[in-house]
Write a protein that binds this ligand. Structure first.
Ligand code: HEM
Ligand code: HEM
Length: 151
């Protein structure tokens, strides 16, 4: 696979990652509002819960999209996987995102563990976003370095 046709895939990855981070911040904010409403026992805003859930589904979808771009791009280029720590970071973030979504479907007054798990996994998600972003960025530099040498 030649380099210019390969780079556009990583541009999509970078944009999807930007959108994923926006989703995460929006979820953090709307989640904090959900928490406050529960604590203050104020009547819940009707739209807030479906909004939080929809953005959550969008974020999980984007992360799965990034996973498939990563796998397809890497196999297309090398014919194999496992060329950097980015693979581990990528698999960790996919697991955390799925656990977060699964735990959220269990949130209920009779299941206090689900809410706790949801919040803790989402804190871990912050660090794994950082890790996958940094390791992804460093492998992109590898390709950009190659492109400069070609010119
Ligand atoms: C993976 C996608 C996500 C889905 C599907 C999702 C869904 C949910 C659902 C259904 C609730 C329960 C709302 C309720 O009935 O009280 C909830 C609560 C909450 N979520 Fe999420 N969420 C997601 C991601 C996130 C993320 C990334 C964060 C933080 C950055 C977050 C923070 C919170 C917080 C703080 C609460 C309130 C917990 C409480 O009341 O103590 N969520 N979420
Ligand atoms: C949730 C976010 C992401 C996930 C789940 C993910 C997942 C993956 C996976 C599983 C691979 C295969 C790695 C291997 O087998 O060595 C990969 C490769 C790659 N990803 Fe990501 N990725 C994410 C974000 C990013 C970001 C933000 C960038 C940078 C813009 C990026 C750039 C790359 C590049 C350049 C490769 C090729 C690997 C190499 O040359 O060693 N990824 N990704």
């Amino acid at each position: 696979m030649n380099l210019p046709s390969f780079l556009w895939l990583w541009k999509i990855a970078a944009w999807s990652m930007g959108l994923t981070i926006v989703c995460y911040l929006t979820l953090g904010l709307s989640g904090t509002f959900l928490f406050k409403i529960r604590k203050d026992k104020t009547p819940p805003k009707k739209w807030l819960r479906p909004f939080h859930r929809s953005i959550g589904i969008l974020m999980v979808t984007l992360i799965l999209l990034l996973l498939s771009i990563g796998l397809i791009g890497t196999i297309g280029h090398y014919g194999s996987l496992g060329h950097s720590w980015h693979l581990v970071a990528g698999l960790v973030i996919v697991c955390l995102a799925l656990i977060s979504a699964w735990s959220s479907t269990n949130i209920h007054p009779t299941k206090p563990w689900a809410r706790l798990l949801h919040v803790r996994v989402n804190i871990a998600l912050f660090f794994s976003l950082l890790l996958v972003g940094l390791t992804g960025w460093s492998v992109v530099q590898k390709y950009l370095g190659g492109a400069e040498k070609l010119l």
